[in-house]
Design a protein around this ligand. Structure first.
Ligand code: SDX
Length: 379
């Protein structure tokens, strides 16, 4: 086998063959199982999209009804997981709480029957159904409050907002939140999906796979950027401060949160759609002053860094949508995780049966044949 050249961050190196999603970074195209993201955002729902990604095709009416029923039935948490959550520090980040709870599911369902279709179906349903309940429960419990039980009469997005805010959501808000989940569901071999695949390649259980991916998504260069964008807009504080802020970042070669992408060298199509969703919410519930700062930021960065292909990515406008929905900033990345569980599970399921553990190589740059020097003889 010929050795490949080393590419930092594995840039441009195919890690797998997949038919789940496709990105054209120069045209700004994203497709899930061949369907354009803007069509899915407009016409589908997150649960239907999750079914499409995981099982490879749009469900029949009966299949969709059965799937929705299964998800509603499995939304509740084991009381032992809630009790575990009571021990978490109030100051703990919700992504760490989510990673702990996702792994803890494995304590109850860890059997690794990867050749059993029922086991695979059960794992998919449990993770998709319970992750939102975990996120909402931690938000309430970290303040010492009881969590709100899921409601079977509410759909996926409305039920999450109900558990989070302890009141039924506005219909437009619930629909927009559902579209946000669809937009964040899958994105080829991003860092957290790759992490899921590496973990899955050892044939461990899907709960450990998702726990690995949650930990990877949390970083500010990946899913954690949506939370950092709001902090950045707060720091900039006014439209007048945008240009000096950007010029300082460029001068320091600092990364500006919510911009740039390994694949997209044009504006992320998801950012385009999220910007429209934010404007719909502003029209109904009032404009967010941060939006004017964001618009100026996009314009100035286009001028200063557009030539490098640095444009808004999915994390740039998502936070403005979530703020308008009354979601605390430190829950933005857990919400990204709620959606991306669909993509992680799709790749986990697609990989089952390949039995090829991920084990790359390295270019060794250290010394050879070094002597051992006893500590008594060291300086
Ligand atoms: C997500 O992979 C996915 O698909 C991820 C994701 C998904 O759906 O799973 O799309 C979700 O993670 C979106 C990205 C969220 N992260 C951020 O917003 C953090 C800020 N972005 C950057 O850190 C960066 O753009 C990355 C990490 C996203 C991509 O980094 P790359 O591919 O390693 O790009 P690079 O560092 O090689 O940059 C190329 C050039 C560099 O300039 P030069 O050194 O060539 O002169 O572009 C510049 C960079 O300095 N650049 C930026 C920049 N991003 C790239 N300059 C300023 N600000 C930025 N954000």
């Amino acid at each position: 086998m010929t050795a490949c050249e080393y590419r930092p961050g594995l840039e441009g190196i195919p890690a797998t063959q997949s038919s789940i999603s496709y990105v054209d970074g120069h045209q700004g195209i994203l497709e899930y199982r061949g369907i354009r993201i803007d069509e899915l955002a407009q016409k589908s729902t997150f649960l239907e999209t999750a079914y499409l990604l995981i099982w490879g095709g749009l469900p029949s009416k009966q299949e969709l009804n059965d799937f929705q029923h299964e998800i509603r039935y499995h939304r509740r948490l084991k009381y032992r997981i809630r009790d575990m959550m009571k021990c978490f520090p109030e100051s703990g980040h919700p992504m760490d709480a989510l990673q702990s709870c996702a792994a803890a599911l494995g304590l109850f369902y860890s059997k690794r029957a990867l050749d059993d279709p029922t086991y695979i179906q059960d794992a998919v349903v449990r993770l998709l159904a319970k992750i939102p309940t975990m996120v909402a429960a931690f938000k309430l419990m970290r303040k010492g409050n009881d969590p709100v039980q899921p409601r079977d009469d509410l759909d996926y997005a409305a039920n999450f907002l109900y558990m989070l805010n302890e009141r039924e959501p506005d219909m437009l808000a619930a629909r927009i939140f559902d579209i946000c989940l669809t937009l964040h569901a899958e994105h080829t071999i991003n860092a957290s999906t790759f992490s899921a695949m590496v973990t899955a390649s050892t044939l461990t259980d899907p709960y450990a796979v998702v726990a690995s991916a949650v930990g990877t998504l949390a970083g500010p260069l990946h899913g954690g950027a949506n939370e950092e964008v709001i902090a950045m807009l707060e720091e900039i504080g006014s439209v007048e401060n945008v240009r000096p802020y950007v010029e300082d970042c460029v001068q320091r070669k600092a990364r500006i949160m919510g911009f740039g992408h390994r694949v997209y060298k044009v504006k992320d199509p998801r950012a385009q759609i999220l910007q429209g969703l934010a404007e719909q919410l502003f029209a109904k519930f009032g404009r967010d002053a941060y939006y004017d700062i964001a618009l100026e930021l996009e314009e100035v960065i286009n001028e200063k860094l557009g030539h490098k292909g640095v444009y808004p990515n999915v994390d740039f406008y998502s936070g403005l949508v979530y703020r308008k929905l009354g979601i605390p900033t430190d829950l933005f990345t857990p919400i990204f995780a709620i959606a991306r569980v669909a993509g992680w599970l799709a790749h986990w399921k697609e990989q089952i049966g390949e039995n090829r553990i991920f084990r790359p190589t390295q270019i060794y740059q250290g010394p050879h044949e070094q002597p051992y020097i006893p500590v008594s003889e060291r300086p």
